[in-house]
Design a protein around this ligand. Sequence first.
Ligand SMILES: NCc1[nH]cc(CCC(=O)O)c1CC(=O)O
Length: 341
Amino acid sequence: MTTPRPSSPPLRSPEQRRGDPGSSAPVSTPVLRLGTRASALATTQSGLVADLVREHLGREVELVEVATEGDRSTAPLASMGGTGVFVSALRDALLAGTVDIAVHSLKDLPTTPADGIALAAVPLREDPRDVVVARDNLTLGELPVGSRLGTGSPRRVSQLEALGLGLDLQGIRGNVDTRIRKVRDGEVDAVVLARAGLARLGRLDEVTEVLDPLQMLPAPGQGALAIECRSDDTDLVAALAQLEDPATRAAVTAERAVLSTLEAGCSAPLGALAEVVEGEDGEELWLRAVVLSVDGGLSVRMSTTGPVSQAESLGTRLASSMLDEGVADLMEAPPVRNQHA
Ligand SMILES: NCc1[nH]cc(CCC(=O)O)c1CC(=O)O
């Protein structure tokens, strides 16, 4: 046991720190521990939420790093059960009581609710669109036939194939920085990323094209954050509600209802985007969705509008209509090969 030198900060156990009588915070408001993955995007997003909590709840927040299987392994995400691997370690930390708040990218959040976990707030969403980062400032349409485009996402692959650009699509993984570096290093000619991640990381200057949802519908929940806590932490559930953006909550609720309804009958690539728009009778929700075969040869695209207050049923009904159009069969459809597939 070494004695800390006088200049060192005093060492305290988490228990001591929680009710520290020496700090200005009263014992009844302990420091909130916000669990985060270690990636640059995750710590940035967690830092944003920590700032919101400090500002709106007036509470002290500290970030606690939590390692997840999705970060430790470089295996394809699908082989680990999808992006849910990023989520479960943080939820385990919540349930174990080692953290009080967890922040996720909403698009990584499984649609099935987790026991004991509350989705306490969905704050204002970033621009949900996908973007291209390409060499020599090129747009998708300017990339020569045969250009290598790196993306491991079936949703992006199928929609890019559907555009018929003759790109050589290559499955890559890695964080935002790694993917952009593959373009700089010439390993691929371009990558497609969520604009929101680049915006939060302050790297929008890398973007060479913003993809219109007409060409590329984003993933359900893309650009939005999910703030979770233990559901029995009722004071915190109520306090975190101050961080909620109702329009964003309605939009992602509709998008995720499409996802969960289709998940039962269909595992084909899916894009969905809901936006609050001005309708004849005031604000309404405009929901668009697409399901494609993996090779992009077949797709079903639908849209609908409805009351913002009925986001969930709007999504469920749109997905049901898509199932009526046979989207469940798209996975099994014989490959429709375009010239460059
Ligand atoms: N797939 C991983 C992931 N999860 C959330 C984001 C970006 C941030 C967001 O969509 O909110 C990304 C990176 C990307 O898709 O480019």
